[in-house]
Design a protein. Sequence first.
Length: 157
Amino acid sequence: MTIASSTNGITEVSVRISGLAGSVRNHLRAAVQRETENFRDLMRNEVLSGGVVQTRTGRLKASVHSEMSEGPTSIAGTVGTDVPYAKYLEEGSPAHIIRANAGKVLAFMVGGEMIFRRQVNHPGNKAYHMFGGTLKREAPGIIDRLTLAVKDAENEP
């Protein structure tokens, strides 16, 4: 059994299995489901509720979802988001220019005054590593609980 994680837009804990008995596979499936849901809830209720990233609208927090997938040799739980700006919060972004679309302007408030510009220099933002950092911190416990689920199943009569 091997366990791997990825933070390429989503966070995934994947368990590669081969030749596991039905009861062991069932226990492992249930454990991966639990861990996936627990990680999703951790992201929503702690990390994206001011723990790592401050909440403005709640859109990112509400978008966090989880799903399971299973193949002949793997069981995977995925936690992710489809909010486009999540990538920039996770990985950061360098300083860059934001330009208005052709014939339009950017409008924003500064000190109570409406400002209009054709372009602005965005200073970039630091990477928060909200998914990847949380997975790195939680991975040892997740691995221990998945391993225990397999051992418990193997010890059943």
